[in-house]
Ligand binder design. Structure first.
Ligand SMILES: Cc1ncc(COP(=O)(O)O)c(C=O)c1O
Length: 388
């Protein structure tokens, strides 16, 4: 824990945060350098803290309603930042993007149906499919020396051969860091539309854009309303995961009716008041903070590229176009079977192992760069020291 003090992260000590305080439970060692789960080591924007304080001072926490101003802040953000014109009546609540994935698999498919993902991909996608007794189909991305692209031919073939009913899109893509182009999105969605495949577009990382590419919401690239649901949130953007507040966007009346019916059947609720307060304040007043954080993440990423290419030139580093989760291929230096032993026991790091994201992730690790530079330096030094 001294490390956290030295690195200016004393705020995280004993705050019951999963990333650091959960190290013992998840990795069996509380002294690791935590660079795994996707949250930031940074304080949320001050206006969010102020808005929450003000509401706490109010002191009455009876049943609440969702204020119009919350919807207004989100709709404006989507329109101004992403060019997505969302109607108020399309929006529904979920405490998180992951719960919404589980719900929609139940709403849009039947047990035994096939659901497709593009591997390597965020592992809760796999869980949502398999834990609901659907068949998980991996259509792996093409990997050309760390640059990932969609294999459209095999994507369509896998859909047809497996009679796929639903596709979960990660955009930007966790863990390979791609920000999909309009052409890529359109091509994938056209294949889905032609084959009656529903699409869940998980766009939770939409605001974490590190490279020069522009993030494009899937819903804006064509007419896909009758197959597409978008899931997004302010929680990654402004480090508010514990506030449990996310957006489900359903432009199609029929899908919305099915969602509403399902939500009623599970006793769905609208979450807690603090999530709404935090999200609204973040969208209204958080942009400057976000720009500073993005610059920090980019610097951290550039630093890892520079130091690794200097000392370990055979590590393949995927371009970090989006997300704060960088993707490194260490297969030249380390056998897959030794990966955990190497990173956890020799380098003292808690990272996400590539194999968690599917077969195509083997040989890789995912490192969370939304942290202080000193943490990144210590991690890189530990790795380099072991391999030189
Ligand atoms: C692609 C992706 N979707 C969803 C989530 C989590 O969403 P939530 O906390 O809203 O359930 C994450 C968090 O890492 C993620 O990377």
């Amino acid at each position: 824990m001294n490390r956290l003090v030295k690195c200016g992260l004393e705020n995280r000590i004993g705050s019951d945060c999963l990333k650091w305080d959960g190290l013992r439970e998840r990795f069996g060692n509380e002294d690791l350098i935590a660079m795994w789960v996707a949250d930031m080591d940074f304080k949320t924007p001050q206006p969010v803290i102020d808005a929450l304080k003000e509401r706490v001072e109010h002191g009455i926490f009876g049943y609440h309603m969702i204020p119009d101003s919350y919807y207004e802040a989100f709709i404006n953000w989507e329109k101004e930042k992403h060019g997505y014109d969302i109607k108020r009546e399309w929006i529904r609540f979920s405490p998180g993007v992951v719960p919404a994935l589980f719900w929609f698999i139940n709403i849009l498919t039947n047990p035994g149906d096939s659901c497709i993902v593009m591997g390597p991909v965020y592992y809760p996608f796999h869980h949502a499919i398999e834990e609901n007794n659907r068949k998980l189909i991996f259509n792996n991305l093409k990997n050309n020396n760390g640059i990932y692209t969609i294999d459209f031919e095999s994507f369509e073939r896998d859909i047809i051969e497996n009679k796929v009913k639903l596709f979960i899109l990660s955009s930007p893509h966790n863990p390979v860091g791609r920000v999909w182009t309009k052409e890529e999105l359109k091509k994938a969605l056209d294949i889905c539309k032609a084959n009656n495949v529903f699409v869940l577009a998980d766009e939770i990382h939409q605001d974490i854009i590190i490279g020069d590419k522009k993030q494009i919401p899937a819903a804006t690239v064509g007419d896909y309303d009758n197959i597409l649901v978008t899931l997004t949130a302010a929680t990654k953007t402004f480090n508010l995961a514990a506030c449990q507040n996310s957006f489900v966007i359903i432009p199609d009346n029929k899908i919305r009716e099915r969602f509403d019916e399902y939500f009623k059947s599970i006793g769905g609720d609208c979450g807690n008041i603090f999530g709404y307060i935090a999200v609204e304040a973040a969208y209204r007043y958080g942009e400057e903070w976000l720009n500073e954080i993005l610059a920090k993440i980019k610097e951290n990423y550039e630093y890892t590229k520079e130091i690794l290419s200097m000392h370990l030139p055979h590590v393949v580093i995927s371009p970090l176009e989006g997300t704060y989760l960088a993707w490194y291929d260490f297969s030249y230096y380390i056998n897959e079977k030794d990966i955990k032993n190497f990173f956890q026991y020799k380098c003292n790091l808690a990272v996400d192992y590539g194999s968690w994201f599917g077969e195509a992730g083997k040989g890789h690790i995912r490192i969370n760069l939304a942290t202080e530079r000193k943490i990144v330096e210590e991690a890189m030094n530990n790795i380099i020291k072991q391999l030189l």
